[in-house]
Design a protein around this ligand. Structure first.
Ligand code: GLN
Length: 478
């Protein structure tokens, strides 16, 4: 019964009417997690703590003092600090590390009485598109366990897909919330850069990283955003713009102007069923009276190179703090300090993370800095300007979330370029800092979910979410 609730609102109603208790909800999820360990969605499940907290929230519900997230059981990606609990970013190098403080987002959801059920598996340091780069092993897609869940927030998406919790918090640097949401048939939101505090998020590429919700409904994504967004003294990149009540203003009225990426529904590189489903939805939106027109970006082919130059540069700097001294893992046999650093990092980091540290160090090195890093910064600016020009004329830029549905495990691990192409449609929102939403849009011939992405102007989440909510209604009727 609990699995049939797509919205927290419905759970709240059942709680109010006494048909459910938080304790029963947590028990239900724990049983489901226990039943499918092979999906490997969680790195750690807080069984006793979650039950204990559920009983406290039940008390608060009874006394009428419960917060807005009472009844919400949520999982958090293993890159978000939760005081007193282990935190490893899916890496060996953080073995034994415990968060000394709460991430701002954790503090805010706890204040509203959310129940955190555990931390979720992800690609090491959020680097990956298939969740095959985790020290804790790969995560399997619940729709087809020989397939990947997408990445890097793969565990977070599968946990919602498989009904292990009601929602998750992931992080999105190049698509890591939206692409796994798409592969798993759930909703994923990447807010505007600076809408949500990064305090307590393990940094991958600080000028790209965003925390975002993964949910079963757009309404719950809106509610979570409303709670986690907004000014934070601990993160100076967070905007002081007021946070609207997104969840209560979801009704969409009027006609939208929609620009779709022409290539995304014409290119042979995109899976035929993905093209077809996207086309069908666009046709439907046209029939409903919205303006639907193609756009082409001259900068599309520069997106991935720009993304990979800048994110690896930032990662090489961010990950220098993991040196065997301050956090987690330290190599046992070392001759001297230098040797200890080298061994700890060589043994502690996985292949993909090392590849990115090497790439980042290269693009930042004295002789190549201008040719790569400075140039990529300029191209980033041009991409932003071109994207803004389109958003001056249209409300949304849309495309499939990814060029394919969930691919087979092992299929792309030997070919990083193929793997990086999985993010071709998602990275634009991160390069430009704009908000983007992934909503389910049917399935391919094998029943694997397809996702539809909408991107909007900076801090336009209210309209992004209300139109996304409208699209969810439209796709249900198709
Ligand atoms: N797959 C992309 C990468 O590996 C995006 C990851 C992310 O958004 N964290 O960089």
């Amino acid at each position: 019964m609990i699995g049939s609730f797509d919205k927290l609102r419905d759970i709240r109603e059942a709680l109010r009417e006494g048909r459910l208790t938080c304790e029963a909800i947590v028990t239900h999820y724990l049983e489901r997690i226990n039943a499918r360990p092979e999906l490997n969605a969680f790195v750690e499940v807080y069984r006793e703590d979650a039950l204990e907290r559920a009983r406290q929230v039940d008390d608060r519900l009874r006394s009428g003092t419960a917060g807005r997230l009472a009844g919400l059981v949520i999982g958090i990606k293993d890159v978000i600090s939760h005081k007193g609990y282990g935190l490893q970013a899916g890496s060996k190098i953080l073995t034994g590390y415990r968060s000394p403080y709460h991430a701002t987002v954790v503090e805010r959801i706890l204040e509203e009485d959310a129940i955190i059920i555990g931390r979720q598996n992800c690609d090491e340091f959020a680097m990956g598109s298939s969740n095959e780069n985790s020290y804790f092993g790969p995560v399997a897609n619940a729709a087809a366990p020989d397939r990947v869940p997408g990445g890097s927030s793969g565990g977070s998406a599968v946990a919602v897909q498989a009904g292990f919790c009601h929602a998750s918090l992931g992080s999105d640097t190049g698509g890591s919330v939206r692409q796994p949401a798409s592969f798993c048939g759930v909703v994923g939101l990447k807010p505007t850069y600076g809408r949500v505090s990064r305090w307590g998020l393990i940094a991958y590429a600080s000028s790209f990283d965003c925390i975002g919700p993964i949910t079963r409904s757009v309404e719950d994504a809106a509610l979570l955003l409303e709670i986690i967004a907004g000014q934070d003294d601990a993160d100076s990149t967070v905007s002081s713009q007021p946070v609207p009540s997104y969840a209560s203003s979801l009704a969409w009225s009027g006609k939208a102007r929609i620009a779709y990426l022409r290539e995304s529904i014409e290119s042979d590189a995109v899976q035929p069923e993905v093209r077809e489903q996207t086309r069908a939805l666009l046709r439907k939106l046209g029939e409903l009276g919205h303006t639907v027109e193609p756009v082409e970006f001259t900068s599309t082919r520069h997106l991935l190179p720009t993304y990979y130059i800048l994110t690896t540069a930032e990662a090489s700097s961010n990950l220098s703090r993991f040196d065997g001294v301050r956090y987690g893992y330290r190599a046992a046999a070392a001759a001297d300090l230098e040797d200890m650093y080298k061994r700890s990092r060589s043994e502690g980091f996985g292949r993909e993370v090392k590849r990115r540290i090497l790439l980042g160090t290269f693009v930042l090195s004295a002789s190549y800095y201008d040719a790569y890093y400075t140039k990529a910064q300029r191209v980033r600016r041009l991409i932003l300007e071109e994207t803004r020009r389109v958003l001056d004329q249209y409300d949304f830029i849309v495309s499939p979330v990814a060029p394919t549905t969930a691919f087979k495990k092992g299929e792309k691990v030997q070919d990083p370029l193929q793997m990086y192409l999985a993010d071709i449609f998602t990275v634009q929102a991160n390069v430009t800092g704009l908000p983007a939403l992934s909503v389910p849009n049917g399935a391919d011939d094998q029943g694997l979910p397809i996702g539809f992405q909408l991107m909007a102007a900076a801090f336009d989440e209210a309209r992004l979410l209300s139109f996304g909510n409208y699209i969810s209604e439209v796709t249900k009727e198709m």
